[in-house]
Design a protein around this ligand. Structure first.
Ligand code: SF4
Length: 331
């Protein structure tokens, strides 16, 4: 732990950095982006591997121990495993993980593991091919499941989580199939409540199928018991009473977990976001590209983190969603 670790004005220590390496994606998930996609960043606007490495090294010096690589879809970034290798060599990092839609995992699993990825979250919203297509606008479930199997052949990657976004009128039918998937495989299934981060701005509170509703559907068939919550954990995790695995619920809307939030985010173009729902951002690319020293960058980062939002205000009157959508923030 550094002498003066990164903390906000609410006394929370910051140790978890989410790094978006691209805003581009090969899927078109309904809860994230429109069918036609979004205007992508020009390549010159996106941080280079060397710039990402320098910033992550700085954050590690300030107490960040966990780095999660996200997108858009990180595996569409060319030579992505090379970046993983560069980050895996940084002193002070204890955990390097990845969030992916899994489409390119069959191709990249071996290279990612060899480069240093230790944990992976794969986004799968349905285990039924037609419904997967309905949600992602891609007929890619078989390819994604092959990717998951390719990854599972590397025991050094643990855990492998399968994250399903929960949407009312869709995910109710997925609850039991995912519960049985969690019971019959080594993958840890997590349902994540739909958040107001969709580019179409169609989110409403009514569209949120809460974790508690899903838990009750599953519990009525496969009785559950709750596991104690780890500090900073975003999921409430339940064991199946008969011992066949566990399943989790990430409930940012119905049960916010902001009190002990230790997370900050770096966008693909170098903006520091201190909360998933931040309205303001701090540009690190400009100082990075105009010769700022590490001390100067550290001062900018410390000031921004000190102003980190206490919590999100999704459930409050007058809530304003952030100006950018999920694909341009990263999970
Ligand atoms: S909404 Fe913001 S403050 Fe709350 S847990 Fe997420 S990132 Fe942290």
């Amino acid at each position: 732990m550094p002498l003066d670790p990164l903390r906000d004005a609410h006394g929370r220590l910051i140790s978890d950095l989410r790094v978006s390496v691209t805003d581009r994606c090969n899927f078109r998930c309904q809860y994230c982006m429109p069918a036609e996609g979004l205007p992508w960043l020009d390549r010159s606007q996106v941080l280079s591997f060397e710039e990402i490495e320098r910033l992550v090294r700085l954050f590690a010096r300030l107490g960040v121990t966990d780095v999660r690589l996200t997108g858009g879809e990180p595996l569409v970034r060319r030579d992505f495993p090379k970046l993983v290798g560069m980050l895996a060599r940084i002193d002070g990092l204890e955990d390097l993980s990845l969030t992916t839609n899994g489409y390119l995992l069959e191709r990249d699993a071996g290279a990612l593991v060899a480069a240093g990825i230790g944990r992976v979250n794969v986004s799968i919203d349905s285990l039924q091919r037609d419904r997967f297509f309905q949600m992602t606008r891609r007929d890619s479930l078989p390819q994604v499941l092959r990717g998951l199997d390719a990854l599972a052949r590397h025991p050094e990657v643990h855990p492998i989580k399968v994250n399903a976004v929960a949407m009312r009128g869709f995910t109710e039918e997925e609850a039991i199939p995912f519960a049985e998937f969690a019971r019959s495989t080594a993958f840890q299934v997590r349902f994540i409540e739909f958040m107001p981060l969709d580019a179409d701005r169609e989110w409403t509170p009514d569209a949120v199928l809460t974790g508690d509703e899903l838990r009750r559907i599953i519990d009525s068939v496969h009785p559950l018991e709750e596991r104690p919550r780890d500090p900073h954990a975003t999921a409430r995790v339940f064991r199946f009473r008969d011992g066949h695995g566990e399943i989790g619920f990430v409930n940012p809307v119905s049960e916010p977990f902001c009190d002990d939030c230790n997370r900050i985010r770096l966008t693909a173009e170098g903006k520091l976001r201190t909360c998933l729902f931040s309205i303001r951002e701090t540009d690190l690319r400009e100082p990075l590209r105009t010769g700022a020293s590490d001390d100067e960058l550290e001062r900018i980062v410390r000031e921004a983190v000190w102003r980190k939002e206490l919590k999100h205000r999704v459930n409050e009157p007058g809530f304003t969603p952030p100006p950018r959508s999920m694909s341009a923030i990263g999970g």
